[in-house]
Design a protein around this ligand. Sequence first.
Ligand code: IMP
Ligand code: MG
Length: 180
Amino acid sequence: MRNHLERILYHESTILARLDEMAQEIARDYAGKDLAVVAVMNGSLMFLADLLRRIPLPLRFDCLAVASYHGGTRSSGRVDFLQNKLPDIDGRHVLVLDDILDSGITLDAVRRRLETERSPLSVRVCVLLRKRRPRESRVDADYVGFDIADEFVVGYGLDYRERYRNLPLIGVLGAEHIAG
Ligand code: IMP
Ligand code: MG
C-alpha cells in the first residue's frame, strides 16, 4: 500500500504530536461546558479515536454517516446523509469532526442540518487537514491539524474508493493509482 504513495506528508508520530496540541486547545476551550462531538464517518474514524482519548473532559460523541465523493477525487457537490436520525445535541456545545476540509460542501451541509433541525448552544468545526484552495461554501474550520496543498491524500482514515484508510500515515496518492 505504501508503495502507492508518491510522497509521505505526515508520519504517525507527527500526527499524534499535533493531536496532543489540538486536544489541549479543545480541552481548554470547552472546560466546564457540555461538549458533544459529532464525527463525520468514515473518514474521521482514526482521528476521532486518537483525538478524543487525549481530551480529559466528560464529553459525549456520536457518529454521522454521510457520502459526498461517490468514488472520485473531487466532490460531487451532493451530500447524502446515510442515516436520518440526528444526534441528541439540544442545549449542548457541538464540535463537528471530519478528516478534511476540501470544498467545504460536506461540513456546510452537516453544520446547517444540525443548526436548523436541532438546537445546539454552539457549533464549531474541527478537521485534521484543510486544503489550501478557494471554497464556495461559507464554512471554515475552527480547529485545524495541518494545512496542506490541493493534492489528493490518503491514509489515517482518508480513502480513495474506500481503500488506504488503514495506512497509519498520510501521503499523496500516486497519479498512476487514480483511475483516469
Ligand atoms: P468536501 O465536501 O469537498 O469538503 O469533501 C469532504 C470529504 O471529501 C472528506 O470528508 C473526505 O471524505 C473527502 N475528501 C476530500 N479531499 C480528500 C482527499 O484528498 N483524500 C481523500 N478524501 C478526500
Ligand atoms: Mg471519503
